[in-house]
Write a protein that binds this ligand. Structure first.
Ligand code: DQA
Length: 150
C-alpha cells in the first residue's frame, strides 16, 4: 500500500534583527520587509497545498525551542539564523536533532563580507545553502523543497 500522504509542513525561522528588514542596511539586505517576504512565501506554499509557519525571534532560546518542536511539527525547515549563524553552537545542536531537510538562507553573500561572517556553525546541519540572492533566496529555498518527499 502506498504510504499515507499528508500536507507538507514547512517551518521558516528568522533570527535577530530580521524584523528590521526594510530599514536595516537596505544597501546590504534590500528593501523588502519581513512581512513582504512572509507574504511571498505564503503564496508560494499555498499554491502547492503546503502549510507554512513563518517566525522571527531576536532570542536564541526561542529559535532553539522552535527547532526542537520541528522534530514533530515540520517536514522541512528553512532558517536564516542571522547573527547566530556565526556564534551559535546551540542552534547547530538543535538542527542536528532534525531528520528533515534543513536549508540555510542568507539575504547577503556572507562570503563577500567581513571575515567573521564567513564561518557558519549552522552549515554543518544544513542540507543546502542559499546566500546572496536577497529576499528571493527564501523562494529559492522553498522551490528546492518541491522535489523533497511529502
Ligand atoms: C544575514 C547575514 C548575517 O551575517 C547577519 O548577521 C544577518 C543577516 C543575511 O541574511 O544576510 O543578520 O543572515
Amino acid at each position: 500500500m502506498p504510504a499515507a500522504q499528508h500536507t507538507k509542513r514547512v517551518l521558516i525561522l528568522n533570527g535577530p534583527n530580521l524584523n528590521m528588514l526594510g530599514v536595516r542596511q537596505p544597501e546590504v539586505y534590500g528593501r523588502d520587509t519581513l512581512d513582504t517576504i512572509k507574504a511571498a512565501c505564503t503564496t508560494f506554499a499555498t499554491q502547492r497545498g503546503w502549510t507554512l509557519d513563518f517566525r522571527q525571534s531576536n532570542a536564541e532560546a526561542d529559535l532553539v525551542t522552535w527547532i526542537q518542536q520541528a522534530r514533530e511539527g515540520a517536514d522541512a525547515v528553512i532558517i536564516n539564523p542571522a547573527a547566530y549563524t556565526h556564534t551559535s553552537v546551540a542552534i547547530l545542536d538543535a538542527l542536528l536533532l532534525l531528520e528533515t531537510p534543513v536549508i540555510e538562507v542568507h539575504l547577503s553573500n556572507i562570503h563577500k563580507r567581513e571575515d567573521f561572517r564567513h564561518h557558519s556553525f549552522v552549515s554543518r546541519a544544513a542540507t543546502g545553502l542559499i546566500v546572496g540572492f536577497g529576499a528571493k533566496g527564501y523562494l529559492m529555498a522553498l522551490s528546492a523543497l518541491d522535489d523533497a518527499t511529502d
